[in-house]
Ligand binder design. Structure first.
Ligand code: IMP
Ligand code: MG
Length: 182
């Protein structure tokens, strides 16, 4: 096995989704998206930094011409869903079929804001694909067209997701010991 697996890291509790299970989910989502977007003008957009690992795998599971673009946002303090765009898209999305690719949706407040910004730019369509969904915590009512897996209300790391900037390079999705999260 190659890569970082954090075998001896006391913070990591266990594996919630293995890299093989994630790969199966990505293939399934890629096939669905390929069928749904055939003949359209697909633009995949992801939110840095968490979404980049999923995007890298998902885009190669979609058998269509497409473009990739990135945004970065930062939260204004804790909670409330107020966010600021720190890096905007490079490309125009007007008239295009935009699919926002997310690592995980929790309250949905971040995505809610992002979708309202993107909608103002008049894409032909706007949809969301998330790998993981903590839907029990949802505050914003969002239509999410593609969901990889619903997960319980636990803080998770790996496959792009971090704790204080670390663990993004774990090839699987891991849970943390409860004491870590307070
Ligand atoms: P929301 O606005 O509450 O939906 O938060 C969504 C964002 O918070 C995600 O795009 C992630 O970047 C981050 N996030 C939410 N839950 C987790 C988690 O369990 N681990 C790591 N990041 C998370
Ligand atoms: Mg994110």
């Amino acid at each position: 096995m190659s890569g970082y697996h954090a075998f001896h890291d006391p913070v990591i509790e266990g594996v919630l989704y293995s890299s093989e299970e994630i790969a199966d989910i990505v293939v399934r989502l890629g096939k669905q998206i390929t069928e749904d977007y055939r003949g359209r003008d697909l633009a995949l957009i992801t939110v840095l930094r968490g979404g980049y690992v999923f995007l890298a795998d998902l885009c190669r599971a979609i058998d269509l011409p497409l473009s990739l673009d990135f945004m970065a946002i930062s939260a204004y303090g804790a909670g409330g869903g107020a966010v600021r765009i720190t890096k905007d898209l490079d490309d125009q999305i007007e008239g295009r079929d935009v699919l926002v690719v997310e690592d995980i949706i929790d309250t949905g407040l971040t995505l809610n804001y992002l979708l309202s910004v993107l909608r103002q730019r008049k894409p032909a369509s706007l949809a969301v694909c998330t790998l993981f969904d903590k839907d029990i915590r949802r505050l914003a009512d969002l239509p999410i067209e593609y969901v990889g897996a619903r997960i319980p209300d636990r803080f998770v790391v790996g496959y792009g997701m971090d704790l204080g900037g670390r663990y993004r390079n774990l090839p699987f999705l891991a849970t943390l010991h409860d004491e870590v999260m307070g």
